[in-house]
Design a binder for this molecule. Structure first.
Ligand code: UT7
Length: 339
């Protein structure tokens, strides 16, 4: 009891965002380059998706190269050399086994820390962040590195205009530390969900499912479009309710950067002011799990997200999976690079 007779309870433990880094491949593929080889046009792609260009990893660049550069940048942004655990979100692993995370921990000189991959497609960053928050809350780690890295150019059929125009390569990473809910940067609420009935809407077939021929990524675009709007709106709403925030008070709303029309539809359903809606996909396309940290870094570097902004992140992807979280944006200098 303090002097006023009130019982003061310590704020519950929380994962606090303390570093943000990204890495993009140098090669930019403008819409015009795709229109040269596919039955599509710059106008169709811009008006239907808001995408003008995407990045493509050079053949010599591995997922670990891209992820490692983003992870190193996040550590520099956090001003740290070491973490206690590493979680990677990816849907474009180089191989089914082993995960890339141990390789990454080794490359980053992190010793024998726990390191594993999370597979939740475009929701992977939010799922991996929630997993990291669990490790921090359980006292299993004080600092966790979360890396989302994707090289879709290796799983998308270059002759399929329905997918080739959408996806791009890139990586984003954050450092989370154990702190309290009253700090700026604390992840205040999570909502996670899945619906396996929609498992065929976004997929790369396995060897048993498709024994012969190229096993490319496929997506039922229109159905995914509708499900993405529905699930991101509902999930973000649950997080807003948990935080007792009105959508009108948001300073930044960062939905998975799949398509500008989807982002705008979700924001409109929730009543987010249009100036708070983060759209950073024009020059990178849909980078799957990497899209939220890439958008956060670009928006923060450009001053579109500033310290103190009520921020909601929401994602949707194959599985189907979805997830959202919320935070007050902290003082943070993102570190970005190209490879
Ligand atoms: O990251 C995981 C989550 N992914 C997403 O959330 C993506 C969700 N889906 C989408 O973003 C959109 O559905 C697309 C951008 C994929 C497609 O936009 P849409 O407005 O839903 O178009 P649509 O699929 O209804 O197709 C309209 C027309 C079709 O022609 P018909 O049947 O009307 O003659 C398509 O064949 O547009 C055609 N089309 C294209 N035309 C030119 C499809 N892709 C292209 C293209 N260029 N690249």
């Amino acid at each position: 009891m303090d002097a006023a007779g009130l019982v003061r309870r310590a704020a519950p433990a929380a994962a606090v965002l303390t570093g943000l880094g990204t890495c993009l491949p140098r090669t930019e593929i403008p819409n015009s380059a795709l229109a040269d080889v596919l039955d599509t046009s710059d106008e169709w792609i811009r008006t239907r998706t808001g995408i003008a260009a995407r990045r493509r990893a050079a053949p010599a660049v591995s997922l670990a190269d891209l992820a490692g550069a983003a992870a190193g940048n996040a550590l520099r942004s956090a001003g740290r050399d070491t973490v206690d655990a590493l979680v990677v979100a990816t849907s474009t692993p180089e191989r089914p086994c082993p995960a890339v995370a141990p390789e990454l921990a080794h490359r980053l000189g992190q010793g024998a820390i726990p390191a594993f991959d999370v597979s939740a497609v475009c929701s992977g960053f939010v799922y991996a962040t929630a997993t990291a928050a669990g490790l921090l809350a359980a006292g299993l780690a004080d600092h966790v590195l979360v890396v989302a890295a994707e090289i879709y150019s290796r799983i998308v059929d270059p002759t399929d205009r329905a997918t080739a125009v959408l996806f791009g390569d890139g990586a984003g990473a954050v450092v989370l530390r154990r702190g309290t809910q009253d700090e700026a940067g604390a992840l205040l609420a999570f909502d996670l969900g899945s619906d396996g009935a929609g498992r065929d809407l976004i997929r790369v077939p396995g060897e048993r499912e498709q024994p012969t021929g190229e096993r490319w990524f496929t997506m039922a675009g229109r159905q995914v479009y509708l499900q993405a709007i529905r699930h991101m709106s509902n999930s973000a709403l649950r997080v807003l309710k948990d935080c007792a925030w009105d959508a009108e008070t948001l300073g930044a709303f960062v939905a998975h950067q799949a398509n500008a029309r989807i982002i705008d539809a979700v924001a409109a359903q929730l009543g987010v002011p249009s100036w708070a809606v983060v759209r950073e996909l024009a020059l990178v396309g849909n980078t799957a799990a990497a899209s939220i940290p890439l958008a956060l870094a670009d928006a923060a570097a450009a001053g579109r997200i500033g310290p103190g902004a009520r921020t909601v992140l929401t994602a949707f992807g194959g599985g189907l999976t979805w997830g959202s979280t919320a935070l007050i944006w902290p003082e943070l200098a993102p570190v970005r690079s190209e490879i």
